[in-house]
Design a binder for this molecule. Structure first.
Ligand SMILES: NC(=O)c1ccc[n+]([C@@H]2O[C@H](COP(=O)([O-])OP(=O)(O)OC[C@H]3O[C@@H](n4cnc5c(N)ncnc54)[C@H](O)[C@@H]3O)[C@@H](O)[C@H]2O)c1
Length: 257
């Protein structure tokens, strides 16, 4: 719960069964204003409006391609306009959720695929963080939550293969180094490493692949998107003030270390 009214900015938050939309609803249920940034601007605006109406909070949606610097700048400026006009409260949290995976075996990957997966996951996290961080530093308070994956820690094993594991590992390095660099500013930077979550990201996976995934999880099932959203909003709360540079595992025991 945020006592002062603040806005949470989420990337990758329009997918119907995705982690982002569930997290946006959870932020709103706690009184946060919400900004939805995703590839489809119209859908982003609609998801934001629906959430704003349901929870009676300020909400705004805008298109973004997190891998494109110009698009990130345009999205940031559109959000800034809303905050300056007082339509949205100041941005207090950024959840970098946008991501893509790839199940292609290493020797079948192309350089284009490598760049695409790195660009959306790792470079996207870099660009969006760089855009929204200065205002949080100026305010002296902020929470950044970055979406990594258990794949970064144990070398895939869910669905995504080498480029995905590498990109999600880059996010852990970014998180730790940035947390250290800006520790004194009042802005915390943390990462989460979910295992398998029941969303559309593994569209195309077979029943056998899904059964094999669940067989490797001591809790015997995928996480729900609500279980991921709960940790993201906790890491965005006043109560998480002494957590920075950390990685929170949410994997049902699939990687105990
Ligand atoms: N589902 C899982 O098992 C799982 C596990 C660990 C981590 N994750 C991570 O969680 C995040 C959300 O995944 P999800 O399962 O909800 O998947 P999803 O495919 O349902 O959602 C991903 C969202 O990111 C958006 N997106 C993709 N490319 C983008 C770009 N260039 N710019 C802006 N938005 C873009 C998509 O439009 C979509 O809304 C991803 O980063 C994913 O890697 C998922």
């Amino acid at each position: 719960m945020t006592s002062i009214q603040r806005t949470a900015v989420l990337t990758g938050a329009t997918s119907d069964r995705g982690i982002g939309i569930t997290t946006a609803r959870r932020y709103a249920s706690q009184g946060w204003g919400v900004v939805i940034l995703d590839l489809d601007g119209e859908k982003s605006a609609k998801v934001a409006a629906d959430i704003g109406n349901e929870f009676n909070v300020p909400a705004f949606g805008h298109e973004i391609d997190v891998a494109n610097e110009g698009s990130v700048t345009a999205a940031y400026e559109a959000v800034k306009k809303e905050t300056i006009a007082g339509i949205l409260p100041p941005v207090g949290a950024l959840a970098n959720i946008a991501g893509i995976t790839s199940p292609v075996p290493f020797l079948e990957t192309t350089l284009d695929l490598w760049h695409k997966v790195m660009d959306v996951n790792a470079t996207g996290t870099y660009l969006v963080t760089k855009a929204f961080l200065p205002d949080m530093i100026e305010a002296g308070w902020g929470r950044i939550v970055n979406m990594s994956s258990v794949s970064a820690q144990r070398g895939g094993g869910v669905f995504g293969k080498v480029p995905y594991s590498a990109a999600k590992a880059a996010i852990l390095g970014l998180t730790k180094a940035l947390a250290r660099e800006i520790g004194a500013t009042g802005v915390t930077v943390n990462a989460i490493t979910p295992g398998a979550v029941d969303t559309n990201i593994r569209v195309g996976s077979t029943d056998e692949q899904e059964a094999a995934i669940n067989a490797g999880i001591p809790l015997g099932r995928n996480a729900t998107t609500e279980e991921i959203a709960a940790v993201i909003t906790f890491l965005s709360s006043e109560e998480s003030a002494y957590l920075t540079g950390t990685t929170i595992d949410i994997n049902g025991g699939s990687h105990i270390h």
